[in-house]
Design a protein around this ligand. Sequence first.
Ligand code: HEM
Ligand SMILES: *[C@@H]1O[C@H](CO)[C@@H](O)[C@H](O)[C@H]1NC(C)=O
Ligand SMILES: *[C@@H]1O[C@H](CO)[C@@H](O)[C@H](O)[C@H]1NC(C)=O
Ligand SMILES: *[C@@H]1O[C@H](CO)[C@@H](O)[C@H](O)[C@H]1NC(C)=O
Ligand SMILES: CC(=O)N[C@H]1CO[C@H](CO)[C@@H](O)[C@@H]1O
Length: 325
Amino acid sequence: MKIKFPLFFFLLPLVFAELQVGFYKSTCPQAESIVQQVIQTEFCRDPSITAALLRMHFHDCFVTGCDASILIDSTRNKPSEKAAGPNLTVRGFEVIDNAKKRLEAACPSIVSCADIITLATRDAIALAGGPNYTLPTGRRDGLVSNPDDVLLPGPGISVSGALQVFTAKGMALSEMVTLLGAHTVGIAHCFFFDYRLSNYEGSGAPDPSMDPGLVAELNVTCARNENATAFLDQSTSLTMDNEYFKQILLRKGILQIDQELALDRSTAGIVSGFASDRIVFQRSFAKAMRKLGSVQVLVGKAGEIRKNCRVFNTATKSTKEIRAF
Ligand code: HEM
Ligand SMILES: *[C@@H]1O[C@H](CO)[C@@H](O)[C@H](O)[C@H]1NC(C)=O
Ligand SMILES: *[C@@H]1O[C@H](CO)[C@@H](O)[C@H](O)[C@H]1NC(C)=O
Ligand SMILES: *[C@@H]1O[C@H](CO)[C@@H](O)[C@H](O)[C@H]1NC(C)=O
Ligand SMILES: CC(=O)N[C@H]1CO[C@H](CO)[C@@H](O)[C@@H]1O
């Protein structure tokens, strides 16, 4: 009996390895403040970093879990997630590289790239006026990044179609609506929504669910050039607030799925609730972001801690071996 007890307690952390707040407290006490400083500096230079990181984090977590698979660069022989269509316009990779470089200097091979994305997104949200929440860490970096795994919803997806995708990741309807509130910051390229501006579904007219004034404005914006963009939230595009929900109630959703949220019977009530109460939205958003950050995470001894967020460690090693010849 006496022997079994300590053995049992010794095994506990292995069996129940999971994310925990302050995971790096003893191994790299500066970890969170290093990430925070890098994001603070970047935010001052370019506040659109909040939108960039939010989208990167979402795409990372919804493809093989939050494992930094989105950061892997394609090589000549092996395309990564970055080579998949929906990645298209994901941005912000340099700021993650910058944070990783400083973390490797302070505590080599300790802090995962998956945790860096998650922490950086949290810090960027707070800087943009959103909630500032505590975050468990201890994610490990994945060993796969495959363009065929990227099955993300497109902007024309229905509410029920989107719900299927979110349900598959353990998210409820209200959490999906909350997370789409991330579209209160950032931009969309015209090619994701310009089909709504004229001859919508062969009708010869614009999408009737879009405010006609907005149709006219976007029509001008999108005529500029093939890479033109519009703010997803036409009112406060750099602030992590509940303005997105107010805008879609005014028929000013840019993406079709945004507008659908306000119109669909299953989500309209949630949208009105968030539109009328910024505090309630921000509280829900913090909770939903924490949940997003825990989708299919690798913990314990799974995966690895990458030295360079853009390459698997094994790939780094074999490059060195080749060079040594
Ligand atoms: C049904 C689900 C979703 C669809 C169909 C969708 C679709 C899109 C599309 C098409 C864009 C435009 C990208 C571009 O033109 O560069 C976009 C941007 C964005 N999405 Fe989503 N999204 C979804 C859910 C989410 C979620 C859950 C988050 C975060 C929690 C998110 C965060 C963002 C952000 C912040 C941007 C702006 C990016 C930037 O400014 O670079 N989206 N989304
Ligand atoms: C968020 O909270 C942390 C911990 O209290 C603090 O260090 C950080 O400055 C806060 N961020 C913002 C933008 O207020
Ligand atoms: C969009 O702009 C074109 C010119 O670029 C114009 O001919 C057309 O009438 C505009 N449509 C709307 C709905 O504003
Ligand atoms: C649009 O973006 C593509 C790809 O980045 C670029 O090659 C092209 O020159 C851009 N076009 C304009 C008009 O900026
Ligand atoms: C950032 C990035 O790597 N984007 C890639 C997305 O996918 C297209 C092709 O589908 C590539 O050309 C981009 O480089």
